[in-house]
Design a protein around this ligand. Structure first.
Ligand code: FAD
Ligand code: NAI
Length: 468
């Protein structure tokens, strides 16, 4: 007899595990299938985000930033560090501990919420309501697919995780490479490039587009380009990558922006040119599940697939590949299953890039506003003029508000600077409540705090900034 569930979730990443918890909270009999495992074969719940994404990358970003501060930043504060030494093995082990505690956290939450967990690869059986996992058959009234994404490889340069690295290998290089190449100056390229540069690698990033961070506000990406190049990250834009040869080192032939032919010779190469949705082994075609021409599971605005009672969320469907976007969709789908009417505003999904300085934004960029002919006003405030930033000793970057010229409603907020990833939350709240720049400008912000830069930038929209 097959086990019967109200909801079976395939995939235990931030989309899937959050969907399962919310479904269980709503009284639904819920199971989650996930195949990820650690080296001893035990489950590694939490998906890409926990195992080889958000969590380990942020652990290494933090450790490498401390190392850089100890080597270069503390002297300014009058702190002399003698005999500074890098113990990379301990740094990597610490990262693994952080990952494991997150894996265990999800397992604990499953137990707490009485979610039945099946460890193995899940696939559709004879019908969309029948799921197979490790020789067992489950019957599900509703199925939520949350199978995530995989790194995209360059043609002719498969990942071996020794010389040519995806995010998985990039998070576990056992010795700091002397010369590290990165293809793609996107989010992973910049974050992982920063980690290994801080630890001592000579990092060159090759980017196909004429500018990098195209999704960010132009003022932010220009500032980022200046700051990153000062830090020593070499970013070459407008290149066309050709043949890649991996023997003892990796030789990347490419055409530079000026049309000259060049070769980059590096000890390791990270390829971070985007990710592809993962539907491998699901038997999607067998049950008639519609997949679009880019491999994403086709869904409507509410994450419904073409099959009744089959839903899909997270990286495997359209929209930004972000953990918090996957989580919001997971919660919303569970609530829709019980007849509730949740709403996700994709315009208020924030982006954070955890470089130093951090980059964060929400809403529209200035170039998007110009492209749609919007009547808007802009206000910016540099961290140099913020007392807390000066006290911390991190004055790079700025906050920029964009607001409707007539109504003053906030249309976008763009930050490059210290703790941008935390500061952006205020802008998200304001935009969710359809707040105006004046609303933020009128709110009392603690002094001295970085959040005062938000207030000052909001006031700058009306040319009323106090401190600049
Ligand atoms: P995933 O997290 O990919 O989880 C899918 C799960 O499903 C996996 O555990 C997989 O093993 C399992 N699975 C797949 N198919 C099957 C099957 N048939 N049967 C059983 N199990 C299956 N996002 C952020 O918001 N912030 C960040 O800081 C951030 N940093 C990142 C850093 C890196 C290096 C990378 C690669 C990504 C990062 N992301 C970040 C993106 C984030 O990891 C993804 O958007 C998020 O993990 C997507 O969640 P998901 O639940 O859709 O899928
Ligand atoms: P990305 O889409 O952020 O960047 C890929 C970059 O590679 C782009 O700039 C693109 O123009 C470039 N590119 C593509 N093909 C190329 C080629 N042949 N040669 C040279 N350059 C090429 O993708 P990335 O960095 O792989 O990350 C994948 C996704 O993971 C991100 O889009 C994001 O959704 C998620 N992520 C989120 C993080 C965060 O929120 N902090 C951190 C890391 C990843």
């Amino acid at each position: 007899m097959a086990d019967t569930f109200d909801v079976v979730v395939i995939g235990g990443g931030p989309g899937g595990y959050v969907a399962a918890i919310r479904a269980a909270q709503l009284g639904l009999k819920t199971a989650c299938i996930d195949e990820a495992k650690v080296s001893d074969g035990k489950p590694a719940l939490g998906g890409t985000c926990t195992n080889v994404g958000c969590i380990p990358s942020k652990a290494l970003l933090q450790s490498s930033e401390y190392y850089e501060h100890a080597g270069h930043g503390f002297a300014d504060h009058g702190i002399k560090v003698k005999g500074l030494d890098l113990d990379l093995s301990t740094m990597l082990k610490r990262k693994e501990k952080v990952v494991k505690s997150s894996n265990d956290g999800v397992l604990y939450l499953f137990k707490k919420n009485k979610i039945q967990f099946f460890h193995g690869r899940g696939s559709f059986g004879k019908s969309p309501n029948e799921l197979l996992v490790g020789g067992q058959t489950l019957q599900a009234k509703h199925v939520i697919i949350a199978t995530g994404s995989n790194p995209r490889a360059l043609p002719g340069a498969d990942f071996d995780e020794k010389l040519i690295l995806s995010n998985t290998g990039a998070l576990a290089i056992p010795d700091v490479p002397k010369r590290l190449g990165v293809i793609g100056a996107g989010v992973i390229g910049l974050e992982m490039g920063s980690v290994w540069r801080r630890l001592g690698a000579d990092v060159t990033i090759l980017e196909a587009l004429p500018a990098f961070l195209g999704a960010a506000d132009e003022a932010v990406s220009k500032e980022a380009a200046k700051i990153f190049s000062k830090q020593g990250l070499k970013i070459e834009v407008g290149v066309k990558v050709g043949r890649i040869e991996a023997r003892k080192t990796v030789k990347v032939q490419y055409t530079a922006a000026d049309n000259s032919s060049k070769t980059l010779d590096v000890d390791k190469l990270i390829v971070s040119i985007g990710r592809v949705p993962n539907t491998e082994g699901l038997n999607a075609a067998g049950v008639g599940l519609k997949v679009d021409d880019r491999g994403f599971i086709a869904v409507d605005g509410e994450c419904r697939t073409n099959l009744p009672n089959v839903w899909a969320i997270g990286d495997v469907v359209r929209g930004p590949m972000l953990a918090h976007k996957a989580e919001e969709e997971g919660v919303a789908v569970a609530e829709r299953i019980v007849g509730q009417k949740p709403h996700i505003d994709f315009n208020t999904v924030p982006w954070v890039i955890y470089t130093a300085p951090e980059i964060a934004w929400v809403g529209e960029t200035e170039q998007q506003l110009k492209a749609r002919g919007a009547d808007y006003r802009a206000g910016s405030f540099p961290f140099m003029a913020n007392a807390r930033a000066r006290a911390i000793g991190d004055t790079s970057g700025f906050v920029k508000f964009l607001a409707d010229a007539k109504t003053d409603q906030i249309l976008g907020v763009h930050i490059i600077g210290p703790f941008a990833g935390e500061l952006i939350a205020e802008a998200v709240v304001a935009m969710e409540f359809r707040g105006s720049s004046e609303d933020i400008g009128m709110i009392c912000h603690a002094h001295p705090s970085l959040s005062e830069a938000m207030k000052d930038a909001a006031l700058a929209v009306d040319k009323r900034s106090i401190n600049f």
